[in-house]
Design a protein around this ligand. Structure first.
Ligand code: GLU
Length: 505
C-alpha cells in the first residue's frame, strides 16, 4: 500500500516570510491536497542567534491570509507528533538520541576545537592554497576531536564539561547519489562535503540533524524546499544512511529560485518595484516596515495564482486557477529546474482579473471606507453604479479613487492641453446650449442625456465631447461620458458646467 502523503513547510523564524517561502508552502500544500495527504507546519528555531521576535506569528498569519493552512503544526493544532517547534523537541532529548546513535556507530564524533583553533585551521588551509577550506576527512586529522585524541582524553574532556560539537564523519572519497523529483539524479563526491556540525556546543541540533530526525519522526514522505538546500543534500543522504534510515527517507524536491524581473539574482526584500512579503512586515531590527501584498491591495487568490506559476506550468496556456484547480493539476514533474523570473506588471494583471470577477456590490463595500477617508459618503446604489462604471480601469480597489475621484469632486482646474487646443470663441455659446439642454431633461439618465444630445446636435452642429468631459471633470479621459454624467447627477453636472463657463469665458 502507498504511504499516506505527508509534507511539511519548515521555516525558521529568522525574519518575515517572503514570497519565495510562501511559494514553497504553496507547493507543499497543493501536493498534499492533490494526494489527500497532510501538510504540516514545523518551526525550525534551533538557531537561537537568528531568532527574530514576531517572525513565527507572521508566518502563521501569512499562511492564513493566503488560505494555505496546514492541518497539523504550530498554530494549526497538534497532531500526534507534537510539539512542532524544534526548540521544544530539543528539550525532550529527541535529537541527542540520534546524535548519540551516530557517535556510537562511529559515524559522528566529538570536536573540541575552539573558535581560534578553527580560525587557525582556515588560515593554514588557505596558505596551502586549498580552494575551499573546510573541516573534512583530511583537515580533521589535525584538529582536536575524538578521532585524533585518545579515548581517555576524550572522556576526561567530556567529564570536565569542556565545550564540544558533534560532527558528521564524512568519508574522504565516495560517490553520493540521490534522486531529486525535480532535478533527477544528482551525484556528488564526498570530498566536496564538509563534516557538518550536527549538535552545537549549546546542545542545540543544527538544521541538518534536526530536520532529518523530525522528517523521520513525523513520517514525512516528501521534503519539498528551496534550491538553496541542494548543496547540503549529500550530507543529509549520509545521515539517513548512517542512521540506517535510508529506506524511510522522504523523497526530495528542490524548488527553483524566484528571480528579479531582470533575471539577475533572486528577489530581495529591498526590492522597491513590488512587494516581497505577503503581509506588511516590520522587522524589529530595521527602521522602516515593508509593505505587503495584502496592504498593496492584492487578493490572496490572485497572490496564490501568481506564485503557482512561478516555476510551475499547467502544460497549456491557461493562467487563471483557483487553489482547488491548482491542487487538481499540480505535479512536481511540471516544476522547472531553472529560476523563475517575477514580472510585477503581470502580477498586477492577475489582480485585475480577480477584481473583475468580484460583484459591483462587493467592490463598493470595500471601496466605501476608502472613499469615506477622502471625505465622501454615498448610498449603496450610487456606489454600486460607480464601481460598475470605473471597474474596467482599475487593478486594485484603492485605484477606484484615482480613476474616479472627479465623480465625487468638482474640478478646480481644467486639462490645459485640451483647453488650449479646443476652447475657442464659439465654445461659450455652444456649451451654453448644452446647459439649456441639460436643464430641459426631466428624467436624468444616460439614455435621456444621449437622446437630448442627438436632438441638440441637429441644430447646434458639432459639439466636442472631450471638451465637455474636461469642463465637467477637469480631465481628458475616463469612463463612458453619458453614464458618468448620469451618475454625477443633474444638479451637480449643471453646477459644474455653469462654473466652467464662468471660469473659461
Ligand atoms: N528551516 C529551513 C528553512 O528555513 C527548512 C529547509 C527544509 O525545508 O528542509 O529554509
Amino acid at each position: 500500500m502507498e504511504k499516506r502523503v505527508r509534507v511539511r513547510f519548515a521555516p525558521s523564524p529568522t525574519g518575515g516570510l517572503h514570497m519565495g517561502g510562501i511559494r514553497t508552502a504553496l507547493f507543499n500544500y497543493l501536493f498534499a491536497k492533490k494526494h489527500g495527504g497532510d501538510f504540516i507546519l514545523r518551526i525550525e528555531d534551533t538557531d537561537q542567534t537568528r531568532f527574530v521576535e514576531g517572525a513565527e506569528e507572521y508566518i502563521i498569519e501569512s499562511l492564513k491570509w493566503c488560505g494555505i493552512e496546514p492541518n497539523e503544526g504550530v498554530g494549526f493544532g497538534d497532531g500526534k507528533h507534537a510539539p512542532y517547534r524544534q526548540s521544544e523537541r530539543k528539550n525532550l532529548g529527541i535529537y541527542k538520541t540520534y546524535a548519540n546513535k551516530l557517535i556510537a556507530s562511529g559515524f559522528a564524533y566529538y570536536a573540541f576545537d575552539t573558535t581560534e583553533e578553527l580560525e587557525e585551521m582556515r588560515k593554514r588551509l588557505e596558505a596551502a592554497k586549498v580552494v575551499a577550506p573546510q573541516y573534512n576527512a583530511v583537515s580533521r586529522l589535525n584538529m582536536r576531536n575524538s578521532l585524533t585524541l585518545s579515548e581517555d582524553d576524550v572522556k576526561k574532556l567530556l567529564d570536565q564539561g569542556e565545550k564540544y560539537v558533534v560532527r558528521l564523519k564524512v568519508p574522504r572519497n565516495e560517490e553520493i547519489r540521490f534522486n531529486d523529483i525535480i532535478r533527477g539524479w544528482v551525484t556528488v563526491n564526498s570530498a566536496q562535503v564538509d563534516d557538518k556540525v550536527l549538535l552545537k556546543s549549546d546542545g542545540m541540533p543544527t538544521y541538518h540533524l534536526a530536520h532529518i530526525v523530525d522528517d523521520i519522526e513525523m513520517e514525512i514522505t516528501h521534503a519539498v524546499r528551496g534550491e538553496e538546500w541542494l548543496p547540503s543534500a549529500p550530507a543529509h543522504i549520509l545521515i539517513y544512511r548512517y542512521l540506517g534510515l535510508e529506506a524511510q527517507m522522504p523523497k526530495l524536491a528542490h524548488l527553483p529560485l524566484i528571480l528579479n524581473p531582470d533575471g539577475n539574482g533572486k528577489i530581495s526584500k529591498r526590492e522597491a518595484r513590488f512587494p516581497v512579503f505577503p503581509l506588511s512586515w516590520h522587522d524589529p531590527r530595521e527602521a522602516t516596515p515593508y509593505i505587503g501584498y495584502k496592504e498593496s491591495g492584492y487578493y490572496p487568490e490572485a497572490f496564490i495564482n501568481i506564485l503557482a506559476l512561478l516555476g510551475w506550468n499547467p502544460g497549456n496556456n491557461e493562467e487563471l486557477f483557483s487553489v482547488d484547480q491548482l491542487a487538481q493539476l499540480f505535479s512536481f514533474e511540471r516544476v522547472h529546474k531553472s529560476g523563475a523570473k517575477f514580472d510585477p506588471e503581470k502580477a498586477k494583471w492577475f489582480n485585475q482579473q480577480y477584481l473583475r470577477a468580484k460583484s459591483d456590490h462587493e467592490l463598493s463595500q470595500v471601496f466605501k471606507p476608502i472613499l469615506k477617508e477622502k471625505g465622501h459618503e454615498k448610498d449603496d446604489t450610487f456606489m454600486i453604479d460607480f464601481c460598475k462604471l470605473v471597474k474596467e480601469k482599475v487593478q486594485f480597489v484603492h485605484e477606484f479613487w484615482d480613476h474616479g475621484k472627479y465623480i465625487f469632486e468638482a474640478p478646480t482646474s481644467y486639462d490645459q492641453k485640451i483647453m488650449t487646443k479646443k476652447w475657442n470663441n464659439t465654445s461659450g455659446t455652444l456649451f451654453n446650449s448644452v446647459l439649456i439642454t441639460f436643464n430641459s431633461i426631466d428624467t436624468w439618465s444616460s439614455q435621456n442625456i444621449h437622446d437630448a444630445f442627438e436632438e441638440l446636435l441637429k441644430t447646434a452642429g458639432k459639439i466636442d465631447m472631450q471638451l465637455l468631459r474636461v469642463l465637467i471633470t477637469g480631465v481628458a479621459g475616463g469612463p463612458q461620458l453619458f453614464d458618468m454624467l448620469a451618475l454625477i447627477g443633474k444638479d451637480e453636472v449643471i453646477k459644474r458646467l455653469e462654473l466652467a463657463l464662468q471660469k473659461n469665458n
